[in-house]
Design a binder for this molecule. Structure first.
Ligand SMILES: *[C@@H]1O[C@H](CO)[C@@H](O)[C@H](O)[C@H]1NC(C)=O
Ligand SMILES: *[C@@H]1O[C@H](CO)[C@@H](O)[C@H](O)[C@H]1NC(C)=O
Ligand SMILES: *[C@@H]1O[C@H](CO)[C@@H](O)[C@H](O)[C@H]1NC(C)=O
Ligand SMILES: *[C@@H]1O[C@H](CO)[C@@H](O)[C@H](O)[C@H]1NC(C)=O
Ligand SMILES: *[C@@H]1O[C@H](CO)[C@@H](O)[C@H](O)[C@H]1NC(C)=O
Ligand SMILES: *[C@@H]1O[C@H](CO)[C@@H](O)[C@H](O)[C@H]1NC(C)=O
Ligand SMILES: *[C@@H]1O[C@H](CO)[C@@H](O)[C@H](O)[C@H]1NC(C)=O
Length: 786
């Protein structure tokens, strides 16, 4: 058996190798002049001696994209388990952990004499070349500098490729990262291919890709959607976008956000029924791509999506019509055009892992946003959210955006774009992995307490985003409708599948980064933003684009439709004028949204019943019940606010010294987070205990009850005080004008609650949690307590 596996090579490898020569790319002795001139698009011209051949070039079989599966690879030996055959994929990245399985290449056992790696294409294939790369490692410099290539139809009889005179020794790599392409003079038909390293630097390690076409299979993939499945450089992209805009002038607007560092336009395409303006009640959606210029798939996917939407709209596809008529869609294919230009010049296979990743002046745009997380989390820990610091629209500290060179021009353009349109939902398309991540992207820890709070040891928990269940839903909506994203049995792109088979993961738990677009979007704007990693191959070969489009089309459409989930509406005053910048809060979710200029708002929510409160300065808040069902389409929840007796109330407050009442935050109920507020973090607090905000439990209930009693007592005191010091008849009037009478309204709980001696310890309020909320909100406005 063992004997059988050993290769029987027809011609033994020559003992003396020819020296690696650079002439192969020049006019040296017996060498060929390759020209990069394109011959009918995909074929390189080659001058071979005097002859002129058109050398056919096949696309990658999919070592990098993982279309080649792990069990199609076999190696002569393995240095260590973490350098197994499945680590031989082009551009695979090592994990930093020396103890796991994820090394940065296949490495052979140095004790062995003969080394090879074998790929079983499973069918007869026309091989046209190989691409090799060294090992991904921060320190070592391991790579193969020369090798033979052999072919077989049964994996026993092997034929070493020759150049007409002797075995053809291919010259491999000269460093560990740059991929080097070797093309064969003529396509070789076989099922198996072997690479036999002959010389190397350091340890014998390599990564590779194999180029090949299915043999004699003429069945061209049907171009189902008939889009432009090619890669586009900057000018081609511009041309294509213009032509789409010309084809669908009624529903498109081709615009630019500004210029990149090198002066290229950052283009976007708006697709909606009345382009160029925000329509009241129509949510804004965005897909962005190309933050890292070398992640070219997202760019092409968005260009295809534009073509698709334009054409299907014209053809009357009801789904697309509905989507486009009801949504204002913005598609931005190339956030970092400078980086893409660099990667594009090298081409889809030869750009290495990072060429073009950054902007021209070295920024990673995706994580170049102001870090609001720490500001927000600090405030949260001090018990200031949402009373003193809002739980949304966290302000950007002054000076950050203008500080010299720390924020890229591309980032600045994005920020002003994000602020200028009332986006509701967005996703950024990235590459190099195949999964969807949801925020927070940054790692932060909150102090949590084990059961029996206050008694166990404090333990650290990763910060959970307030809308986590919604974010998970949004992520799942993409991952589960993508054709292959949840097929994780082969593992992830570079390591084990981090998603537990779901195709989604919380970025902070997986690969945390600070200053991300997603976190910024959530904390500073109304928009919920996720990252979609489209696949292992950041810059797939052109021939993959149709397949990738088919994999993503349904997911792209499904995800866009999620912008119509939850509630939406308009906040107006009694005269019907829209109130902009009003706050809309959902009880139990400590993250509000604000109305736009036309008073409209959207709050993405999973199905359920919600008590929703709208409030605006100078108006009495109003709370109503809104039900989100399972049917598509957002529930309409409008608010008509009454003017509050604001000035008079302020007068009253001034009379007793503007002393605000400090109340307790309801924290992050429902998110599973537990915060601890100590006495010194709550100014004016008279409580000596730490107060939990957990999901109930008997201890918490008892505690809440005690707190409630204390609050009632204080309120009564304050009322008495107010009576004593002012004796204004206004007091009662104020109470009635600011408190709407309906049950769905913000009737403060203490008004309907027995305040006098009838109060009994064992009387349970109807909804415990609500009470603390009402208090928070009232405090927030500092009016309705009176
Ligand atoms: C494999 O089989 C095909 C078809 O029979 C033949 O053309 C090719 O030369 C064979 N390849 C090798 C390496 O034997
Ligand atoms: C070859 O490997 C050695 C040690 O592994 C390293 O120091 C050296 O820089 C490498 N040579 C090149 C040209 O990378
Ligand atoms: C554009 O609008 C015009 C006028 O409303 C209409 O006649 C035409 O059919 C529309 N074209 C497309 C492509 O929708
Ligand atoms: C920004 O840099 C310029 C020159 O590089 C300098 O003159 C200017 O003072 C800097 N501004 C700030 C705010 O640091
Ligand atoms: C919006 O309202 C908030 C308070 O809710 C206020 O701080 C902010 O300045 C307002 N913004 C605008 C543009 O009016
Ligand atoms: C405050 O004064 C008003 C009018 O004098 C009185 O009706 C009311 O009962 C007083 N409130 C309290 C809490 O004593
Ligand atoms: C506004 O005030 C009117 C009476 O002036 C009342 O009937 C209505 O319920 C109030 N609406 C809200 C939302 O408070």
């Amino acid at each position: 058996e063992e004997e059988d596996r050993k290769p029987r090579i027809h011609k033994p490898p020559p003992r003396v190798y020819r020296e690696p020569k650079s002439e192969r790319w020049g006019l040296g002795l017996g060498t060929y002049l390759y020209s990069n001139l394109l011959c009918e698009g995909i074929v390189y011209i080659k001058f071979f001696f005097s002859g002129l051949h058109c050398l056919s070039v096949c696309p990658p079989l999919g070592m990098e994209s993982h279309r080649i599966e792990n069990d199609q690879l076999l190696t002569s030996s393995v240095y260590q388990h973490r350098y197994g055959s499945l680590r031989a994929r082009l551009n695979i990245q090592a994990s930093g952990d020396e103890d796991d399985m994820n090394g940065g290449a296949w490495c052979a056992n140095p004790e062995e004499k003969v080394h090879w790696i074998e790929l079983d294409a499973r069918t007869l294939t026309e091989f046209t070349g190989v691409i090799t790369q060294g090992r991904d490692d921060p320190l070592e410099s391991d790579y193969v500098s020369s090798y033979y290539v052999a072919f077989s139809n049964d994996s026993r009889e092997w034929t070493v490729l020759d150049d007409g005179y002797a075995e053809w020794l291919f010259f491999g790599n000269a460093d560990k990262n740059t991929p080097v392409l070797s093309q064969f003079m003529e396509p070789v038909v076989a099922r198996y291919i072997r690479i036999l390293p002959q010389s190397w630097n350091g340890t014998m390690c390599m990564r590779m890709e194999v180029l090949g076409c299915p043999y004699q299979s003429q069945n061209e993939v049907t171009h189902r959607d008939d889009l432009d499945y090619t890669h586009h450089n900057y000018l081609d992209m511009e041309k294509l976008m213009k032509s789409i805009s010309d084809k669908c002038p009624n529903i498109t607007r081709f615009y630019s956000l500004g210029k990149s560092f090198k002066g290229l336009e950052i283009y976007a395409m708006e697709i909606t029924d009345n382009p160029g303006m925000h329509e009241t009640g129509e949510p804004e959606f965005r897909y962005t791509a190309g933050y890292h210029g070398n992640e070219a798939l997202g760019r092409e996917i968005l260009l295809m999506l534009m073509q698709y939407l334009c054409r299907e709209y014209k053809d009357g596809n009801p789904r697309v019509r509905h989507l486009v008529d009801e949504t204002r869609i913005h598609l931005m294919p190339s956030v970092n055009p400078d980086g893409h230009m660099k990667a594009f010049e090298k081409g889809s296979e030869l750009g290495s892992w990072t060429l073009g990743h950054w902007t021209e002046d070295g920024h990673d745009i995706f994580q170049n946003f102001p870090d609001l997380n720490n500001i927000f989390w600090d405030a949260e820990d001090k018990g200031m959210v949402p009373k003193l610091i809002p739980n949304h629209h966290v302000p950007i500290p002054e000076g950050i955006l203008s500080s010299n060179g720390s924020v890229a021009v591309e980032t600045l353009a994005l920020i002003s774009w994000m602020k200028s349109q009332p986006f509701v939902l967005g996703a950024n398309l990235q590459g190099g992995e195949r999964l969807v991540t949801y925020p927070f992207d940054m790692q932060g820890y909150s102090e949590g307490y084990r059961e029996g709070y206050g008694e166990g040891e404090p333990e650290e928990e990763i910060r959970v985003i307030e809308d986590q269940s919604l974010f998970r839903w949004l992520a799942i909506s993409y991952a589960s409708t993508h054709r292959t994203m949840t097929q994780t049995f082969q593992g992830g792109c570079h390591a084990d599948d981090p998603t537990g088979g779901l195709g989604i993961v919380n970025r902070a738990k997986w690969k945390p980064i600070p200053g991300s677009m997603n976190d910024f979007s959530y904390l500073h704007t109304n928009c919920f933003e996720l990252s979609i990693f489209l696949g292992c191959d950041k810059f797939p070969h052109q021939s993959e684009l149709l397949r990738e489009w088919e994999h993503n089309r349904e997911a792209l459409l499904t995800f866009m439709a999620q912008v119509h989930r939850g509630i939406k509406g308009v906040v107006r005053d009694k005269e019907g004028n829209p109130i902009s910048n009003a706050t809309v809060s959902v009880e139990g979710v400590n993250h509000d949204v604000r109305t736009g200029e036309s008073g409209d708002y959207w709050r993405l929510l999973n199905p359920g019943e919600y008590r929703v409160t709208a409030r605006a300065e100078g108006y009495s808040p109003f709370t109503r019940l809104c039900v989100v069902g399972f049917d598509p389409g957002a529930t309409l929840c409008n608010f008509d606010l009454n003017k509050s007796n604001w000035d008079r109330i302020k007068q009253i407050m001034a009379l007793h010294g503007n002393r605000p009442i400090r109340l307790l935050s309801s924290g992050n109920r429902g998110s599973g987070q537990h915060y601890t507020y100590s006495t010194n973090q709550i100014p004016n607090s008279k409580f000596s205990n730490q107060i939990p905000n957990g999901n109930g439990g008997d201890m918490n209930k008892a505690r809440l009850r005690r707190l409630r009693l204390i609050r009632i007592r204080r309120l009564r005191q304050q009322r008495l005080l107010a009576n004593k010091t002012t004796m204004l008849p206004i007091t009662t009037t104020t109470t009635t004008t600011t408190v709407p009478p309906t049950t769905e309204s913000t009737t403060p709980w203490y008004d309907s609650w027995p305040l006098g001696e009838t109060f009994e310890e064992n009387t349970t309020p109807p909804e415990e949690i609500e009470l603390t909320d009402a208090l928070d909100y009232n405090y927030n406005l500092k009016i309705d307590d009176y």
